[in-house]
Design a protein around this ligand. Structure first.
Ligand code: FUC
Length: 813
């Protein structure tokens, strides 16, 4: 498109606020399958931010693998390491002397314990009678209603199961019906991988009580005794309570020892509730915990007063209020859209066009965020809230050097800002704990967080006090990267109270740590050391491998980002004091980023050669995305960053592919971004073995495959598609900045832009047709950009402006 010929014009001013809520096309909001799930990565997830279920949809044996987001191993513990303070100067001295290998070894003296692991809750099993000879089996997940459905016929009778996890009512609901009376007969039982006992209340409720281990080693850590329970008389460890209540319409409910049977009912509702003893990150879950039985019983009793139709109506209303804010249409291929989702994936992988499949994965990311991250709860972990293993990959923890942040990349732009809230609450807790770590480990002010965290809000570097490889264990940038999320929440929504009371203290604390952490390189420049570019190593000049260096580009970029956001926030809040003066002075002295011998953006202060040129992390490009420091305004750095991305190649793990969609979108190259859209939609079958090298894609249930399953790639995909269609990090609203030729016609409604706007777009033949800019919370005018054309709009509060690109009118003033 010759963008210079396009004029943007304000066609219609004073348009009423509010947007159409046309029903989404079924093909882009439904996962459909013709057979029950055989493995976990074929099962379908439902969740309410806390209670999750993976629904297998078995015919005679239904299986719901259950999770409760607060069920973790461990307890609060002392993770800080006073000896770190003495080792730090030695590490720095070694690095300044160019002895990388020695510095790597010494870095181990800075480490603390591993984090704990997210634990599976249990499994509900239904042995269902009368399924022999079933036909017309189908199961699906409707993202628009957030309901999983199983349907089949036996003879003339049509059986239906519906499963959802309700946020308003805090229970998982299973409904079994048949269009003939008296046909529902089954036995329900529950078990758990954790220590448990199961019984019934003698009436209609199954009760499973259990306890989590006091320690679980990470999956990647070989140890003789990786899962440990406290065997003492007053044991530590989280306790939990899972309850399943059976409400039958007609027929009989028979209570066995540890199971419940239903005979010849017309229809049955199962209410599944769970609670744990988690009582906040600072309290012992074994000794100062909440009563899990009370936590589980309360919602069960309340939900039991509502009819199924009411539970369903309350659930869908709550879900759709979030989900229907955004609608995406990337075009349709009827041949593909009539297929089951797994068949659709294979067809697309073989080159069959299916733009609706990308829209489906985009919508799935929004669905998964709504299902795994709700106000009042914990942030989505590496697997959201869905985990069936006691030693899940990487402990299913909060991995702060990319993964936890990536989970929240779509939150603001894809109009789910409320779902960002659990991350903010978690960051505030990290800030509390991280103040102690900063003081004890480094003698520094402010707060610090490292590579990993968990439900206990651990803030020290991991590595089991000296056994971890500093390549991943030692990394001091957690507080800085997380602070960006609070700033972005303000940037999109313009909530000044939030900025003042919640964002500012966190951002300021992170900046205070970095003010102490930085030091003069002897030439007036501020640098960091030890410093990593997660989790890559390099060839040392004397022929070894090392990963700890001086002033990685990521360190400098994150610190610059924190400082810039602090200064911008201070300006808005009217703060002008010694702190802001120190931040301004330090920012001016940060070692500038450098361009290396290959024309690339250097990854470290020295032009070191990475050992793996195609490494999954693209940490040195933080300033391109998610940051905003490397932009076309600095053309040489921008070109060098692009060169670095080219050098990293065109493959990667699931989340790595997702990051690259966002990066290529920021480089304005929609077709290159689309290569990664295609890769991320690559079916990986049921492989769950960890692959660090590449080969990311999706499982049959569209969960992102690192492999193994890691949910961050799902979220990065949704963010990436948004970023291809709309950007707003440069102070303007940029329409269709990276539209690939594979999506020549389409529309999107409800994306958010920084500054307090919501945007709808329509395009055809690869060209922008119209844009609607709604003022949700903006003050002052905004520049709207499309290619080289710009227009500055003053959209009144509560109003919208429609731009019609076809009319080629002169730009409005
Ligand atoms: C980091 C990444 C891995 C994985 C893990 C959870 O260590 O390098 O690829 O995503 O986090």
């Amino acid at each position: 498109m010759k963008t210079t010929e396009v004029r943007l014009a304000a066609l219609l001013l004073g348009f009423a606020l509010g947007s159409a809520t046309a029903l989404p096309a079924a093909e882009s909001v439904q996962l459909r399958y013709a057979a029950p799930a055989e493995v976990w990565t074929e099962a379908l997830p439902v969740g309410n931010g806390r209670l999750g279920a993976m629904v297998f949809g078995g015919l005679a044996a239904e299986h719901l693998q259950l999770n409760e987001a607060t069920l973790w191993s461990g307890a609060p513990t002392e993770w800080n390491n006073p000896a770190a303070k003495d080792a730090l100067p030695l590490v720095r001295a070694a690095l300044l002397a160019g002895d990388y290998v020695k510095a790597n070894e010494l870095c181990k003296k800075l480490q603390g314990p591993f984090t704990q692991s997210y634990q599976p809750l249990g499994d509900l099993r239904l042995a269902i009678a009368g399924t022999a000879g079933a036909t017309a089996y189908e199961r699906n997940l409707d993202l628009d209603r957030a309901v999983a459905t199983v349907r089949y016929r036996v003879g003339d009778a049509l059986f239906t199961r519906e499963i959802f996890s309700s946020f308003p009512d805090q229970v998982i609901v299973v409904r079994l019906t048949c269009d003939r009376p008296g046909q529902i007969t089954f036995t329900a039982s529950a078990d758990s991988l954790l220590r448990y006992s199961a019984q019934t209340d003698g009436k209609d409720t199954l009760i499973l009580r259990g306890r989590a281990p006091v320690h679980v080693d990470p999956s990647y850590w070989g140890s003789a005794n990786p899962i440990r329970y406290d065997e003492g008389p007053n044991p530590e460890g989280m306790t939990f309570d899972l309850r399943v209540r059976v409400l039958a319409d007609g027929g009989k409910v028979i209570s066995g020892g540890s199971s419940l049977s239903v005979a010849q009912s017309d229809a049955v509702t199962l209410l599944i509730s769970a609670g744990t003893s988690f009582n906040g990150p600072g309290k012992s879950p074994g000794r100062e915990g909440r009563d899990p039985a009370a936590e589980a019983s309360r919602p069960l009793a309340a939900a039991g007063l509502l009819a199924y139709s009411e539970l369903l109506a309350r659930h869908t209303a709550d879900h759709q209020q979030l989900f229907r804010r955004v609608a995406l249409d990337l075009g349709h291929e009827p041949e593909a859209e009539k297929l089951a989702t797994d068949a659709r994936l294979s067809r697309f992988a073989q080159g069959g066009a299916d733009p609706g499949l990308a829209a489906l994965l985009f919508n799935y990311g929004r669905y998964l965020l709504i299902a795994s991250s709700r106000p009042g709860g914990l942030p989505a972990n590496l697997q959201g809230i869905w985990n069936d293993s006691m030693r899940p990959p990487w402990s299913s923890n909060y991995t702060l050097n990319i993964n936890a942040e990536m989970n929240y990349w779509p939150a603001e732009v894809a109009n789910l800002a409320e779902c960002h809230e659990p991350l903010f609450a978690f960051i505030e807790q990290l800030a509390v704990n991280g103040h102690r770590t900063a003081a004890i480990n480094y003698g520094a002010h402010g707060w610090v967080a490292h590579h990993n965290s968990d439900i206990w809000a651990q803030t020290a570097p991991v590595g089991n006090f000296g056994l971890g490889d500093p390549m991943w264990a030692n990394w001091q940038m957690g507080a800085g990267w997380l602070s960006l999320h609070l700033w972005e929440h303000y940037a999109f929504g313009r909530d000044e109270v939030f900025l003042r009371t919640r964002a500012w203290p966190v951002m300021k604390g992170a900046a205070e740590f970095y003010l102490d952490w930085l030091f003069d390189d002897g030439h007036g420049r501020l640098i960091t050391a030890p410093s990593n570019s997660p989790e890559i190593d390099f060839h040392t000049p004397d022929g070894h491998r090392a990963s700890v260096a001086v002033a990685s580009t990521m360190d400098l970029s994150i610190i610059r980002d924190v400082f810039t956001n602090c200064l911008d926030a201070a300006h808005i809040l009217g703060v002008n004091d010694d702190f802001t003066a120190r931040v301004g002075a330090a920012r001016a002295r940060l070692l500038p980023l450098q361009i290396g011998s290959r024309g690339q953006l250097q990854e470290w202060a020295a032009d070191l050669q990475e050992t793996d040129p195609h490494h999954r992390h693209t940490s040195h490009l933080f300033g391109v995305y998610p940051g905003r420091e490397i932009t076309p305004a600095a053309p040489a750095l921008f070109a060098a960053a692009r060169k670095s991305l080219e050098l990293r190649g065109d493959d990667g793990t699931g989340w790595s592919l997702g990051w690259r969609i966002n990066l290529w979108a920021r480089f304005g190259d929609g077709n290159h971004a689309y290569i990664f859209v295609q890769h991320l939609l690559r079916p990986v079958g049921d492989t769950t073995a960890t692959n660090y090298g590449g080969g990311g894609g999706v499982y049959p249930n569209l969960f992102d495959a690192h492999p193994p399953f890691q949910i961050d790639g799902n979220f990065a995909f949704t963010a990436g598609v948004s970023e291809m269609l709309l950007q707003s990090h440069l102070g303007s609203i940029d329409l269709l900045p990276a539209l690939p030729s594979a999506w020549p016609a389409g529309s999107v409604r409800g994306l958010r832009a920084r500054g307090g706007y919501e945007v709808d777009l329509a395009w055809a033949h690869g060209e922008l047709r119209s844009a609607t800019i709604r003022n949700r919370s903006a003050t002052g005018p905004v520049m709207v950009r499309h290619g080289a054309a710009t227009v500055t709009l003053a959209v009144a509060a509560g109003q919208a402006v429609v731009l019609d690109a076809r009319l080629a009118l002169a730009a409005a003033p």
